[in-house]
Ligand binder design. Structure first.
Ligand SMILES: [Fe+2]
Length: 416
């Protein structure tokens, strides 16, 4: 488990650490590393000018050799040179299941949330009106959530660094208790001529530095924010849609390797994620050129999804909810809607970009592969019960109720 926090203490001023333990053992202390970044680390305006604020110091500690599913208590400390310790308040988390472990595991996925003021004051453009609903609904149900993925367009700070504080404060009740994993989106990474696949100015000059420094993920190189993550019955292959994914690239090799190297006997639920829609979306933005996805995405990746029998793929970027049939090359391979069993032969693609940012539009007519679409705010929850059955639910942020769902029953032989 990783704990990351921010303070005003540089390494010469205090020693950062996490004190942690169970009810059964005396607490241990794990030292934390410290990093920061300078104005010159950023790529452009406003991040380097009007949006700049000293970010302080970002500390990360890794707690290892945890008992799966055990509840741990922890608090953050900074030891001053005279031995006095400045403490945070105490918190707790449940250690993750080991890869392949059979136990109930519940994962929440959404994109494009941002932040908002409770009193409605000073919201820049009021662009993320529903983010508080999403946060509050998740916090209410936190005892029933093991892991959260926020798949890109995290804070919409877009170069105004203090906006990250507002975001991290809003999600702190979640991030202090369950792992909060991210993917990189256009609002984190994109900046012209800096190596992002798209030359848009959407990061406001941050060019990924803020997100990559503040959110730990098990990447090989955090400047290329793709990673593989094993969590009990799941394997997640998280792509970085802001870097090139096409066949022949470094990222394509990673995706292929991530999908190919999972033991489906023990980790049957293989999930692909990215911020931009690399699969299917009938959002009007993607329908314009008739592709219903980022150009060249499916042409590179669809063969991998089929070959490795990827069950589910998630995206954000379009601020709506949409679920496809199990689809391959634009054709539904099953007419089922609420229960799937046996070999799937196609991937179910989900756009779940309604975390909080202003809603997007759909095409007037839904394509044949689009099973359910809704222009509202919400998130997806996956519950893996064991090696053969999975529950999928889409919930609205406004009331936490289920508006779309299905179940999967699939045996190991079905993915061979
Ligand atoms: Fe986006």
């Amino acid at each position: 488990m990783t704990v990351t926090w921010t303070s005003g203490y540089d390494i010469s001023e205090a020693y950062p650490f996490v004190e942690w333990g169970t009810n059964l053992s005396s607490p241990a202390r794990t030292p934390a590393g410290t990093v920061t970044f300078d104005r010159e680390s950023l790529c452009g305006e406003p991040a380097r000018s009007a949006g700049w604020r000293d970010p302080g110091f970002i500390h990360t500690a890794f707690m290892t050799n945890l008992w799966p599913n055990m509840k741990y208590y922890y608090k953050i400390g900074h030891m001053l040179p005279d031995g006095e310790v400045v403490w945070s308040k105490s918190n707790s988390f449940t250690a993750p299941p080991s890869p392949g472990q059979k136990s109930v595991q519940r994962v929440v996925i959404f994109g494009d949330m941002g932040k908002a003021e409770r009193d409605g004051s000073n919201e820049y453009e009021n662009f993320q009106p529903a983010s508080l609903n999403t946060t509050d609904t998740l916090v209410k149900d936190l005892d029933n959530i093991d892991l959260v993925f926020h798949i890109g367009d995290i804070s919409y700070a877009s170069g105004y660094i203090s906006q990250w504080d507002q975001f991290t404060q809003q999600v702190e009740p979640i991030t202090s208790r369950v792992p909060y994993m991210i993917a990189s989106g256009n609002h984190e990474r994109d900046w012209p001529n800096t190596g992002s696949l798209y030359n848009s100015p959407d990061s406001g000059g941050e060019c990924g530095v803020l997100a990559e420094t503040m959110f730990y993920a098990p990447t090989e190189n955090r400047a290329k924010y793709w990673y593989s993550m094993d969590y009990g019955l799941f394997r997640f292959c998280v792509a970085d849609s802001e870097h090139d994914w096409r066949e022949g690239t470094e990222q394509y090799k990673f995706i292929e390797n991530c999908l190919a190297t999972v033991d489906r006997k023990k980790q049957p639920w293989l999930v692909f994620m990215a911020h931009r829609v690399l699969g299917y979306s009938s959002g009007s933005h993607y329908a314009r050129d008739g592709l219903f996805a980022e150009p060249m995405a499916r042409e590179s990746l669809e063969k991998l999804w089929r070959k490795h029998r990827v069950d589910l793929a998630f995206y954000g970027h379009v601020h709506v909810y949409e679920r496809t049939c199990p689809v391959h090359e634009e054709k539904c391979v099953s007419s089922e809607k609420s229960h799937y069993s046996g070999a799937m032969n196609g991937t179910i693609h989900v756009v779940v970009g309604g975390g909080g940012g202003r809603l997007s539009n759909f095409t007037a007519e839904a394509p044949a592969w689009s099973l359910y679409r809704e222009r509202d705010f919400g998130f997806v929850k996956l519950t893996a019960f064991n090696y053969t059955s999975l529950l999928y639910e889409y919930k609205r942020s406004s009331d936490g109720e289920v508006y779309d769902s299905f179940t999967v029953h699939r045996e190991y032989r079905d993915v061979l």
